[in-house]
Design a protein around this ligand. Structure first.
Ligand SMILES: CC(C)(COP(=O)(O)OP(=O)(O)OC[C@H]1O[C@@H](n2cnc3c(N)ncnc32)[C@H](O)[C@@H]1OP(=O)(O)O)[C@@H](O)C(=O)NCCC(=O)NCCS
Length: 173
């Protein structure tokens, strides 16, 4: 039994989300934007190209992390990018990894059972972000390559290592 569950965000999560992001600002900020008040806007942007999952601790209901499944393209591609943050005090306890396994399960599951029906997932990580690279590898993502100046983060175009996984490689498929 996992220690976490995943669910889509609701309006009533905004305050808890803001508090989780605020107390995790130093942990998140080197790698991702810190936007404590960003949940309402993120919820507005949900649609065919973007699905957000919150990872929640089963025992106390606290927010363990968030994963955006973005750039969703269906048709012959069925591909999306995963972007994530974990929150204190759960960061580094293995809960984020458990939650991300559930997110990947959901991404690959058939729409008839509530899944997104995706075939391939990407994770792009700055080369020095050891914890994120470790997470991608724990999930079984393969290193595919290096893309210079891939994303504009913290005032500059940042190089990224690209990892990917297809459903054929996923343990539960
Ligand atoms: C990248 C990030 C999401 C990883 O999350 P995390 O909180 O480290 O994830 P987990 O807790 O699942 O990581 C497992 C770690 O907990 C440890 N751990 C402790 N108890 C554990 C348990 N019971 N089971 C499994 N692992 C456990 C593992 O040893 C592992 O540590 P290690 O990576 O030093 O080996 C997080 O560091 C983060 O939010 N970073 C800032 C934002 C960011 O970089 N986002 C990604 C941009 S690409």
């Amino acid at each position: 039994m996992t220690r976490v569950t995943i669910r889509t965000p609701k309006a009533s999560d905004a305050a808890g989300y803001a508090a989780a992001v605020r107390r995790s600002a130093a942990h998140i900020g080197r790698w991702n934007p810190v936007e404590p008040d960003g949940l309402p806007d993120l919820m507005q942007r949900q649609g065919p190209g973007l699905r957000t999952f919150l990872i929640v601790d089963r025992e106390d209901g606290g927010l363990v992390g968030k994963c955006n499944v973005s750039n969703i393209v269906m048709g012959r591609y069925c591909n999306a990018a995963l972007g994530y943050d974990s929150y204190l005090p759960y960061a580094g306890t293995g809960r984020m990894t458990e939650g991300m396994r559930l997110v990947v399960d959901r991404c690959f599951a058939d729409p008839s059972v509530g899944g997104l029906g995706l075939h391939r997932l990407e994770i792009s990580v700055q080369p020095e972000n050891d914890r994120s690279i470790a997470l991608a590898r724990r999930l079984g993502f393969r290193h595919e390559g290096f893309t210079p100046r891939m994303l504009f983060l913290d005032g500059a175009w940042r190089d990224h290592e690209r990892f990917a996984l297809t459903v054929e490689e996923w343990p539960t498929s």
